[in-house]
Ligand binder design. Structure first.
Ligand code: HEC
Length: 149
């Protein structure tokens, strides 16, 4: 074995040790990453629906419904990623110190996203979902104002 190989093996061994020795940090950053990724997906879905609200002629009932359902159906997964108070990410401490306030925002959002999914089920035009979409989007911002850095 030449010296290059030996160095490579040593480096890999060190890397593995560094990862394996710090499981707590790993799982914290996992839940931060998971909720940030899902939040980004929500933004993508939100943007698609918003585009249709701004250009009603482009309203596509099936696509709109798919985005509304995606957000509504991933609520449970989203909020499960906020369980660990040590996994702060870009959340305010208030998510955990004011847990009741955060739960209220969550509930208000879930009511709004469920209502949007119901309205989207039968919507034929942008006007049919405009109000329900506005209410849901408002709840994104209202929670961010208090609980996102
Ligand atoms: C009940 C509170 C709450 C609601 C409702 C909510 N968010 Fe968030 N959002 C947060 C918090 C807290 C963070 C910061 C997460 C972190 O980094 O720890 C965040 C982060 C984000 C981010 C940044 C993610 C990143 O890559 O850092 C985006 C984008 C986002 N939210 C979009 C949305 C959209 C779109 C909606 C509505 C469809 C929404 N959020 C609803 C609380 C909420």
């Amino acid at each position: 074995m030449n010296i290059k190989h030996l160095m490579a093996i040593t480096f890999i061994a060190m890397t593995l040790t560094a990862c394996g020795g710090d499981k707590g940090t790993d799982s914290q950053s996992d839940s931060v990453k998971a909720r940030q990724n899902l939040m980004q997906d929500w933004r993508g879905a939100n943007d698609i629906m918003k585009g249709m609200m701004e250009n009603p002629a482009t309203f596509d009932a099936a696509t709109f419904k798919e985005q509304a359902n995606f957000i509504n159906d991933s609520n449970q997964a989203m909020w499960s990623h906020f369980a660990d108070a040590n996994a702060k990410g870009k959340s305010q401490d208030a998510v955990w110190t004011d847990a009741q306030g955060f739960a209220d925002k969550k509930d208000a959002f879930m009511t709004a996203s469920a209502n949007l999914a119901v309205q989207a089920d039968t919507a034929k035009t942008a006007a049919d979902v405009e109000q329900a979409f506005g209410a849901m989007a408002e709840n994104c911002g209202s929670c961010h104002k208090a609980y996102k850095q």
